[in-house]
Design a protein. Sequence first.
Length: 204
Amino acid sequence: MDYNWLVYQSAGASKPNLTPEEKQQFKTQMMDSYNFYFKQNYYGNRGPVHIGHHFSKWNDAAYWETMKEFAQFVCNKPEVRCVTYSEYADWLDGLDNYTYESYRTGQFDKLKDDNTIKNIAAPFLARVRLDQSAKSFEAVVDPQDAKALKLSKGTVQLQVNFEPQAETSVAKDDLVKKYGAGSTILIRSVLLNKNKKTIRLDNL
């Protein structure tokens, strides 16, 4: 769903001054998740792939473009039909009992992976969070994951309104001085891989 990605990647609103590189990163993350979802079903249990979309142009149409590119790719693959929910329901209603039970119990020929959809490598995900005290915010990693994070050369970063901070903590008084009392700001803890790409975040 495009809105889920909007919340995950830019806290529920289009990011101001989105760069072409950031837009491409947003698209790649979304496309990788769509392809992984589709591949698991297409070569596995053949369950229907449901894509919910608002057809909105959030984040410079990153999600709109990705959805179209995904549909253009998968809708042309063998034994794939891109249909509405009502069309899918009509197709189910038209199945005889034997065929329906065969689908339901997985008794059908599986397709052979033709390697046209790349395998998505699961990134290392340390558990990161944003801690809040009476005086500050701090981006932290779970102590159990600290060693693995170091070995993977990942880092934890604190961001304020999408801007990376030099330190992993920031004083609330400093935020008030900079942005003014009563201002709405986005503070988040971000997990970066060794290439400094975001792979996980926690918003506040």
